[in-house]
Design a protein. Structure first.
Length: 261
């Protein structure tokens, strides 16, 4: 008996069903099996039906792939997780989203200086770290705290456009003299129109590591021009301008600005 149970345990179900179906069919036809199992005539028809069903089921299980017979499992909806309510001292709403790693960069305002561009100046053992523009009276240069740096200037209120450069250098015991020259040029379809070539003699102060140097366009010349220009505005033509900066005859940087209506 144990051998029969062990054999059935290792036998595939489709095979068992087919064999059982054959047995039931034989009983329905012969009415008995091995002279020991007898089926009354009125039960032979039922045995034939059961045998046919078992054989068909066994053949179907043997032919059809197992994956087709897997029961359908409905998809489970995700269960939202609720965070603990904030304490009485902290009433800020909490969300499950992680905070961004960095805030989006904001575009600089119109008065912001140009992004730093470091240019080496071998003759001074220094670096040019900023080139900026501001509006002002050519006869009365605004102090640092009153300067508003821009890239665009309104024609009607612009008296003159100053250029300011920032130099950084190692500390030295004595001041170092040098010359700054600039070329103000209006952009045109041709080669451009030079409107001014200011030149300034200045120096790097001793015991310092940073200094700022500024100059205006130099396009106003002649005796008495400061008294005339002090109250006059709007003398610039609408358009784009470039400024090339030279130190001791060597070009160190270039910038641009715009005059608009």
């Amino acid at each position: 008996m144990e051998g029969i149970i062990s054999a059935l345990k290792d036998t595939p179900i489709p095979t068992i069903l087919v064999v059982a179906g054959i047995v039931f069919l034989l009983l329905s036809i012969a009415g008995q099996l091995a002279g020991r199992i007898a089926v009354p005539p009125e039960r032979q028809r039922q045995a034939a039906i059961i045998g046919g069903i078992l054989m068909v089921a066994g053949i179907v299980l043997h032919i059809v792939p197992p994956g087709w017979l897997m029961p359908f499992e409905p998809r489970k909806a995700p269960v939202p997780t609720l965070s603990a309510p904030p304490s009485q001292g902290d009433q800020r709403p909490r969300t499950s989203e992680a905070p961004p790693s960095a805030e989006p960069a904001l575009s600089p305002p119109e008065s912001a200086p140009r992004p730093p561009k470091v240019e080496a100046i071998p003759s001074l053992n220094a670096r040019l770290t900023a080139l900026r523009f501001f509006e002002g009276d050519p006869c009365d240069e605004p102090p640092l705290k009153e300067r508003t740096y821009r890239q665009r200037f309104a024609q009607v209120i612009t008296r003159d456009v100053f250029t300011e450069i920032t130099l950084e250098y190692p500390k030295r015991e004595q001041r170092l003299n040098f010359t700054i020259e600039a070329v103000y040029q209006r952009k045109t379809p041709q080669d451009g129109e030079i409107i001014g070539r200011p030149e300034s003699k200045t120096y790097l102060p001793a015991d310092e590591q940073r200094s700022m140097h500024s100059f205006h366009s130099g396009r106003l010349k002649g005796v008495g021009v400061c008294g005339f220009w002090h109250e006059r505005r709007g003398g610039w033509s609408v358009g784009s301008y470039t400024v090339d900066v030279y130190i001791n005859g060597e070009k160190v940087d270039s910038g641009s600005f715009e005059i608009h209506d």
